[in-house]
Design a protein around this ligand. Structure first.
Ligand code: HEC
Ligand code: HEC
Length: 354
C-alpha cells in the first residue's frame, strides 16, 4: 500500500467512525428509524456501511478513456434522466438547481455565467476534461469536497463512459476523443484542431445588416463593416469602452486559458501555434519576430486597437479573411472584454483604456 492509498483508507475509517458516532449520538432524535429512515439514507447509512469494507474495493474510478470511442451515445443520453431534475442539456437551456450543461466537455470548471456555485466548486481549478468528469461523476463529493451537487454518483464505469461520450456531442465543435491525441496540431499551419472548427455563422448574418451609424468610426476598410458589426450585434447593450472599464482581470486570465494551447502571454514567452502575445494591445498586427503569419493577417495590417481585438476575438476567421487562427471565437462580450483587459496588463506600459 502506498502512502496515498494509506491516507485514503485511514481517512475512510476515520470518517466511518465519525459518522457512526454521529448516528449513535443523534440518530435516535433526528432519524425516524421505524419507518425506514428515508430522509437520512443517502448520507449516514451508505457511508457507514461502505467504509469498513473499503479496503477490498478499488479506491478511485476506473479510467474511461479507452471506452469512449466505443461508447453507446444513445444509452448515454438516456442516463441523463438521472441529471435532468437539476440540469438542462440543450444549447441555451435554463439553469435549474444545477447549471446548464451544453458544451461542458472541455469547458472550465464552474464557469457558467449567472450560476451561483459553491465555493468549493468555484475555487476548483482546471477544466472538465475526460478524466475530471470521470472522477466527478463517480463520486461528486469526493472529487470536489464541499460541492453542492447532491448526486450520489455513477458507480458503473460503462454508465460514465456512455454518458460522457454523449455529453461530448453537445457542442458545436466536440472535443477530440482522448486517443485522438492532443487537440492542437503539432505544427503551426494548416491542420485545424477539431475543437476549433468555426461555429455556424448565424449571428454574423444579422450583424451584417446592422445600421451603419451603430459602427464606431469606420476606417474605410472592407473588414470594418462585417467585423465591428459582428461585435456590435452580439453586444447591443454595453459599449466596448464600458465593458473594458468594468472588466474582471481575474476572469480575463481564466479566459486566456482558452488561448494557452496556442499562445503565451508573458514577456519573452515562446511562440506556440500562434505568436507570443506580450504587449499585443495597441501593437502592430502581424509583427512578432520569428512568427510566420498568414497572408490574410499581413493584409489585415494596421494596429491592434481595442475595437479590432474585440471584433477579431468574436470571429477570428470572419474578421481576418484568410487568417490561420483556428479558434472558434468568444461569443460572450464580457469574456472578450475581460481577456482584452487581461492582455492589456501584459505589457510594460499598458495602452490607456478607450
Ligand atoms: C440534485 C441535483 C443534481 C443532480 C441530480 C445532478 N446534478 Fe450536477 N450539479 C448540481 C449542482 C447544484 C451543481 C453545482 C455544484 C456546486 O456549485 O458545487 C452541479 C454541477 C455539475 C457539473 C459542473 C458544472 C460546471 O459548470 O462546472 C457537472 C459537470 C454536473 N453537475 C454533471 C451532472 C451530471 C452528468 C448529472 C447526472 C449524471 C448530474 N450532474 C446530476 C446538481 C445536480
Ligand atoms: C488553435 C490555436 C489558437 C488559439 C486557441 C488562439 N489563437 Fe490567437 N492566433 C493563432 C494563430 C495561428 C495566429 C496567427 C494568425 C495568422 O497569422 O493569421 C494567432 C494570432 C493572434 C493574434 C494576432 C497576433 C499578432 O501578432 O498580430 C491575437 C491578438 C490572438 N491570436 C489572440 C488570441 C486570443 C486572445 C486567444 C484566446 C481567446 C487566441 N488567440 C486563441 C492561434 C490560436
Amino acid at each position: 500500500m502506498d502512502f496515498y492509498e494509506f491516507n485514503k483508507l485511514a481517512g475512510g475509517l476515520l470518517l466511518a467512525g465519525v459518522v457512526t458516532m454521529f448516528i449513535g449520538i443523534f440518530g435516535n432524535t433526528l432519524v425516524p428509524k421505524q419507518d425506514g429512515g428515508h430522509g437520512a439514507e443517502p448520507h449516514g447509512t451508505e457511508m457507514a456501511a461502505a467504509a469498513p469494507s473499503a479496503p477490498a474495493k478499488p479506491a478511485g474510478p476506473e479510467p474511461i478513456a479507452a471506452m469512449l470511442a466505443e461508447a453507446d451515445i444513445a444509452r448515454g443520453e438516456s442516463i441523463t434522466k438521472k441529471c435532468t431534475t437539476c440540469h438542462t442539456f440543450a444549447d441555451g437551456g435554463a439553469t435549474k438547481q444545477g447549471p446548464n450543461l451544453y458544451n461542458i466537455v472541455g469547458a472550465d470548471i464552474a464557469a457558467r455565467e449567472g450560476f451561483g456555485y459553491s465555493d468549493a466548486m468555484a475555487e476548483h481549478p482546471g477544466e472538465w476534461d475526460y478524466a475530471n468528469l470521470n472522477a466527478f461523476l463517480f463520486k461528486p463529493k469526493k472529487f470536489i469536497k464541499g460541492t453542492k451537487m447532491t448526486f450520489v454518483g455513477l458507480k458503473k464505469t460503462r454508465d460514465r463512459a456512455d454518458l460522457i461520450a454523449y455529453l461530448r456531442t453537445l457542442s458545436a465543435s466536440p472535443r477530440p476523443l482522448p486517443e485522438g491525441g492532443p487537440s492542437e496540431p503539432a505544427q503551426e499551419g494548416e491542420a485545424e484542431p477539431k475543437a476549433a472548427l468555426p461555429a455556424p455563422p448565424a449571428p454574423v448574418q444579422a450583424a451584417e445588416q446592422a445600421p451603419l451609424d451603430a459602427l464606431p468610426e469606420p476606417e474605410g476598410q472592407a473588414w470594418s463593416f462585417s467585423l465591428i458589426g459582428a461585435a456590435a450585434a452580439a453586444e447591443p447593450a454595453r459599449s466596448l469602452a464600458e465593458r473594458l472599464a468594468a472588466a474582471d482581470l481575474k476572469k480575463g486570465k481564466k479566459v486566456s486559458r482558452k488561448c494557452a494551447p496556442c499562445h503565451t502571454f508573458d514577456k519573452g514567452g515562446k511562440k506556440r501555434i500562434g505568436p507570443n502575445l506580450w504587449n499585443i494591445v495597441g501593437a502592430d498586427v502581424g509583427a512578432r519576430e520569428g512568427f510566420k503569419y498568414s497572408k490574410g493577417m499581413i493584409a489585415f495590417g494596421g494596429k491592434w486597437t481595442y475595437e479590432r481585438l474585440d471584433a477579431y476575438l468574436t470571429k477570428p476567421r470572419k474578421v481576418v479573411k484568410g487568417g490561420k487562427m483556428a479558434f472558434v471565437g468568444l461569443k460572450k462580450p464580457k469574456d472578450r472584454a475581460d481577456v482584452i483587459a487581461f492582455m492589456r496588463t501584459m505589457a510594460d506600459e499598458p495602452l490607456p483604456l478607450p
